[in-house]
Ligand binder design. Structure first.
Ligand code: UDP
Length: 254
C-alpha cells in the first residue's frame, strides 16, 4: 500500500487522499468480513476481483445515465473516485427472499418477491446497521424526503439494469446493497452512487444450478470464494481465466 494520507479504513476498503482536491483513491483489500466483522479472513485475490467487477458495473451504470463517484481505475486494486458526503444509509434492493429478510419475516429462501423491495438500514456498526423506515430517516435528518424518493428511484433503476445484465450471463440477482453520496458543487449537491457493487455486496445465484457466486460462500463456509468471483468476472467478459505470470491469483482483462 502507498504512503498517501489515509482518510478512512473500512472492513474491505481503504480511502486515501486523491491527487487533486475533491478526489480520493479507493483501495480494495483482500479482507473479508461477515456478521458485523465477527467473522474475518484475508482471501488472496478478492480485492483485485472486486475492483474490476465494481469498475465494470459502475461504468455500465454511468453509460445509462446513473451518476456515480467513479472516475477511473488506477491499478489492480485502486480506483480514483470523487469525494462525496456519504448518506448514512445502506439501500438494499431485493428480488428474491434471502438472508436477513428470511429470518425477519419467516420466508423461504429463494422465494421470488411479488415486486422488488427497497429497504433502508442506518449505517452504524455499533448498532449493527438497523433497518429503518422513511420516517426515521426524515425525523433524524439522515436524508430529506426528496432525497429518499431519489434514492428509491435510482435503486430501482439500478436493479432493473443489473437484473438484465446478470440474467444475460446466467446469473440471478437475488439482492444487493447500495450506498450513495452527496456531491457538492458550491451551494448545491446531487446524489451519486458511491462505494462498490461486487459479489461482496450482492447475492448472485447461477440461474440453472442455483450455485452461490457471492459472499455467502464465506458467510456459510462453502469455500471457493475466489473461484466464484472469478466466474462472475469471466461471465461478464472481464476475466480470461488464465494465469500468465506463473503465480496464483486472478489475471484480469483490461
Ligand atoms: N449487504 C452488504 N453489506 C451489509 C449488509 C448487507 O453488502 O452490511 C448486502 C448483502 O450482501 C446482500 C444484501 O445486502 O446482498 C442483503 O443483505 P441482508 O440484509 O440479507 O443481510 P445479511 O444476510 O448479509 O446479514
Amino acid at each position: 500500500m502507498s504512503k498517501r494520507r489515509k482518510i478512512y479504513e473500512g472492513k474491505a476498503k481503504v480511502l486515501f487522499e486523491g491527487p487533486e482536491p475533491g478526489t480520493l483513491v479507493q483501495y480494495f483489500k483482500d479482507d473479508t468480513t461477515a456478521f458485523n466483522a465477527q467473522k474475518h479472513e484475508v482471501i488472496d485475490g478478492k480485492g483485485v476481483l472486486n475492483n474490476r467487477i465494481s469498475e465494470y458495473i459502475f461504468t455500465r451504470l454511468e453509460e445509462i445515465g446513473i451518476p456515480t463517484h467513479f472516475i477511473r481505475t488506477l491499478n489492480m486494486r485502486e480506483q480514483l473516485i470523487r469525494e462525496v458526503e456519504i448518506v448514512p444509509l445502506e439501500v438494499v434492493v431485493r428480488n428474491v427472499a434471502a438472508g436477513s429478510l428470511v429470518k425477519r419475516l419467516g420466508l423461504t429462501s429463494g422465494e421470488p418477491l411479488p415486486r422488488p423491495l427497497v429497504e433502508f438500514y442506518y449505517k452504524d456498526d455499533a448498532l449493527g446497521d438497523p433497518l429503518v423506515t422513511e420516517d426515521h430517516i426524515s425525523v433524524f435528518n439522515w436524508a430529506t424526503p426528496a432525497e429518499v424518493d431519489e434514492l428509491m428511484a435510482h435503486a430501482l433503476r439500478i436493479n432493473d439494469f443489473l437484473t438484465g445484465l446478470f440474467y444475460g450471463v446466467g446469473i440471478r440477482l437475488i439482492d444487493f446493497k447500495l450506498e450513495f453520496g452527496r456531491l457538492w458543487d458550491g451551494e448545491n449537491h446531487r446524489l451519486v452512487l458511491a462505494d462498490e457493487i461486487s459479489p461482496d455486496s450482492c447475492r448472485l445465484w447461477d440461474t440453472k444450478s442455483l450455485e452461490k457466486l457471492d459472499k455467502d460462500r464465506f458467510r456459510e463456509d462453502l469455500g471457493g470464494l475466489v473461484d466464484a468471483y472469478q466466474e462472475v468476472a469471466r461471465r461478464l467478459g472481464i476475466f480470461n481465466g488464465k494465469n500468465t505470470d506463473g503465480k496464483t491469483g486472478p489475471v484480469l482483462v483490461s
